[in-house]
Design a protein around this ligand. Sequence first.
Ligand code: TYD
Length: 133
Amino acid sequence: MSLIKTINFPPLGDDRGSLVALESFKTVPFEIKRVYYIFGTKEGVARGFHAHKSIKQVMVCVTGSCNILLDNGLKREEVLLDSPTKGLLIEDLIWREMHSFSPDCVLIILANEYYKENDYIRDYQEFLSAIKN
Ligand code: TYD
């Protein structure tokens, strides 16, 4: 089974242009408690390099593009986020790395929890041990 779970947000377009609505338990399958965004990423920079013990996230690249690498300890898969109507749902214990940010990339991340550092696994060996348990 693929690690990549995408959500296609219905574009509410009309002749003025497009609009996407992100709503808890509707277009986004959890209660949204936090929204943050990554922008102005310098050329060649990769970020992430962590897994979350329990926090669920949906990532949307609203402008530009970037690549997300997902790793469940057994396999690694890559997905290109390049559309404001495409969401990537990450809800399991998955290591993620973000790279190849276009200069104009704005990556919005919705989360079902507030920021808490103790939900992060930032060490890859620790991640592999957590997967086994
Ligand atoms: P970090 O987790 O290192 O970013 P990434 O995983 O995308 O590389 O976060 C960078 C800094 O921002 C770090 O000091 C923690 C802080 N931060 C918050 O305070 N709140 C948040 O919601 C997030 C995601 C990060």
